[in-house]
Design a protein around this ligand. Structure first.
Ligand SMILES: [Zn+2]
Ligand SMILES: [Zn+2]
Length: 196
């Protein structure tokens, strides 16, 4: 059993991604020594990171996934900026990537029943978070990728603070999806049908 607190593990996962990205590759044995944990623990960490689309596992270790970022957005087919990448896990075990939360939420609106999980990056801290617990600022003046701009935040408070500076609407997951898939009805008519 892994008795470590979840924050400790998240911190280690974050650090592992940083090492893989700066060194290009890592070996399980080296990471175990570096973090003072068992190889089995590192093995589980790498599996988790591979599931989140952050590293690619190879025999005895992992390599950076950056080489595969020639891949394009599943919705708009543009190149995927690393800092706004959305990783979508489908029920059939395959993965799709979207360029930013705008396209991620649009994918959910149109293919939601095929999606098992979706991960977005917090725009301020670059942490990977479950798309369903994130808070979104929609249509602010800060456009990093697609329009209307959709930015993901882990902290609702930070989303509100951002909104006070840059405009837009602060929405949780489902309203953000509804808003994007039917932007005109959102303003005038609150009786849109839920896509769930
Ligand atoms: Zn896109
Ligand atoms: Zn985009």
């Amino acid at each position: 059993m892994d008795t470590q607190r979840p924050q400790v593990r998240e911190q280690r996962l974050h650090e592992i991604v940083r090492i893989v990205e700066s060194e290009g590759s890592v070996r399980i044995a080296d990471l175990a020594r570096r973090f003072g944990v068992s190889e089995m623990t590192v093995h589980r960490d790498l599996k988790e990171l591979a599931d989140r689309g952050l590293v690619q596992r190879v025999h005895g270790g992992a390599i950076a996934v950056r080489k595969t970022s020639t891949q394009t957005c599943v919705m708009c087919h543009s190149p995927i900026p690393n800092h706004t990448r959305v990783v979508i896990h489908l029920n059939d075990g395959s993965q799709r990537h979207a360029c930013c939360p705008h396209c991620g939420l649009m994918y959910w609106a149109t293919h939601g029943d095929e999606v098992e999980a979706m991960f977005v990056k917090d725009v301020l801290h670059q942490h990977i978070i479950d798309a369903r617990v994130a808070t979104y600022v929609v249509d602010s003046s800060v456009v990093v990728c697609c329009r209307p701009s959709v930015l993901a935040f882990y902290s609702r408070e930070e989303a509100h603070r951002f909104q006070r500076g840059f405009g837009g609407r602060v929405l949780s997951f489902s309203p953000a999806v509804d808003n994007l898939s039917s932007p005109s009805t959102f303003a005038e008519d609150a009786s849109w049908s839920s896509g769930l």
